[in-house]
Design a protein around this ligand. Structure first.
Ligand SMILES: Cc1cc2nc3c(=O)[nH]c(=O)nc-3n(C[C@H](O)[C@H](O)[C@H](O)COP(=O)(O)OP(=O)(O)OC[C@H]3O[C@@H](n4cnc5c(N)ncnc54)[C@H](O)[C@@H]3O)c2cc1C
Length: 336
């Protein structure tokens, strides 16, 4: 089987189960694949990657999306605060987005894991776990973040269900409920300011000695938020729904929701191997065009500290437009 045929067939296999309606669109890709060099390979086919692919597909760019189906919000039952899709499941939002993007005949979707990207002069070579090799003029990382679960029994079971990273995404659903903040210092204080507007039944669990300055302590007191410094032993839950937080002194507090921001890392290490820089928060550094510090390598999605589907879609759209403009300019300027 030649490479072009493989690309088409593997994309069809990966996608037809979900999107029988897109089968027809792949047949139009014969011609696009004939060049053997994609305009863009997008690594990561969730919200930001699909959004970029839409801008690029509508600009007639030959695009290959490589995705292995592990978005960071996959455990959350319902996604909120993204207009037109409020309350939908994360999977349903992606399914609709994917179906719309794959109607553009120049966009291919390949289910696989990118394991290496090599830059040689102006061409990128992308290798996947299944041993496939693709070439592209530009590469876009839409690979998201991977949250690292702390070693507290019950934490990972509740993550995304009743342990929440963001009041805008999930706070309304647990308004006026018994709520905890697992954190310390400025992060916990920031959560306290935000969440106290949603519930007055609020406790901060610092999991060790509290680290608030005098002004923060005073404001926390004035807002009647208790600070609990005992070490956290375990989180009792039923199918991810919190029941109680258990502490080292054998005390416990009933809880419906707990806000926490666990450590995270880049879902893909490839950008760093290529020399892309991260900021002190661990996010990929991009310019106003979503381009990293390496020419031709772009990143979108959770490149912003405001982790949300809306931001992911916005930065993906911006990246798609910026890449299209770069390709257009390069091509335009070559014409005699
Ligand atoms: C628990 C939780 C709940 C959330 N709830 C909400 C909410 O209700 N509302 C809201 O607006 N936001 C919510 N968010 C934030 C939102 O999910 C993220 O901001 C958004 O998913 C970022 O989109 P993205 O496309 O950048 O990355 P992701 O959605 O994380 O997708 C990255 C994609 O890249 C793929 N990938 C990674 N590496 C590779 C590789 N090497 N090869 C191939 N594919 C790869 C992954 O499998 C994944 O499909 C939540 C986040 C979390 C963690």
């Amino acid at each position: 089987m030649n490479r072009r045929k493989f690309i088409i067939e593997s994309s069809i296999l990966a996608s037809t189960a979900l999107f029988s309606g897109t089968l027809l669109s792949f047949t139009h890709l014969d011609e696009a694949c004939a060049t053997e060099i994609f305009d863009v390979v997008i690594i990561g086919g969730s919200y930001s990657g699909l959004s970029a692919a839409m801008a690029l597909g509508r600009s007639l760019r030959n695009v290959l999306i490589i995705d292995n189906g592990m978005p960071s919000n996959r455990k959350t039952p319902h996604s909120h605060n993204f207009i037109t899709q409020d309350g939908e499941t994360p999977g349903d939002i992606t399914r609709v987005a994917k179906a719309q993007v794959l109607t553009y005949e120049t966009v291919l979707f390949h289910q696989d894991t990118a394991i290496n990207v090599l830059k040689t002069s102006n061409i990128f070579t992308v290798t996947t776990q299944s041993g496939k090799v693709f070439s592209a003029k530009k590469v876009l990382f839409a690979t998201g973040l991977k949250d690292i679960m702390p070693a507290i029994p019950g934490f990972s079971d509740c993550w995304g269900i009743s342990i929440l990273h963001c009041p805008y995404c999930h706070g309304y659903e647990v308004k006026n409920q018994e709520t905890g903040i697992l954190g310390n210092g400025s992060l916990a204080f920031h959560y306290a300011q935000l969440v106290s507007n949603l519930t007055h039944k609020l406790h901060i669990f610092t999991n060790g000695q509290a680290d608030f300055n005098t002004e923060q302590q005073q404001l926390i007191r004035q807002n009647k938020i208790s600070v609990v410094t005992q070490k956290v032993l375990a989180l009792e839950h039923h199918n991810g729904r919190l029941i109680k937080i258990h502490l080292e002194d054998h005390s416990s507090y009933p809880l419906t929701a707990l806000y926490a921001r666990p450590a995270f890392e880049q879902h893909s290490k490839i950008p760093m191997v290529l020399g892309c820089t991260k900021n002190e928060q661990g996010l990929l550094v991009v310019d106003s065009n979503q381009q990293t510090n390496i020419f031709g390598i772009y990143a979108c999605g959770d490149t912003s500290a405001f982790r949300s589907v809306a931001t992911a879609v916005a930065t993906g759209s911006q990246a798609g437009a910026a890449i299209n403009m770069a390709l257009s300019t390069e091509n335009f300027n070559l014409k005699e």
